[in-house]
Design a protein. Sequence first.
Length: 132
Amino acid sequence: MQRGAKWAVCCCSAKGMFVLPMLIYPRLHVKPEFLDKAPTGCISGGSKNGWITSKHLQNWFHHFLKSVHPEARSEKVLLIFDGHSSHTRNISVNKKSRQSNVVLLSLPSHCTHKMHCLKALTHSMTRVLRRG
């Protein structure tokens, strides 16, 4: 796995299941080799500053839908986002979530420090994946 990924989009369930992450690199052209040592199924993207964009979220949400199959479940799937604008203002992801049996819950901006246990869980899963 290429060093230097600035962000990893992670997702886990209350049952301990998780969707393999999307790694975002601070470069415009991401080479497929960047994922050579990453777990099979990870996806990647790049941006000028290494931050997530609306396009990245759309790609990751498609990855999420393929992994979780919410449309095949009898109950809705709850997906909790932080308050980043690429998440809260993404109309195509909002529309797709309604069609796919997914309820989106966006936490207020700048409150992740209050959600430390969730943050710690996703970071520990990322460490396990890197060791893998």
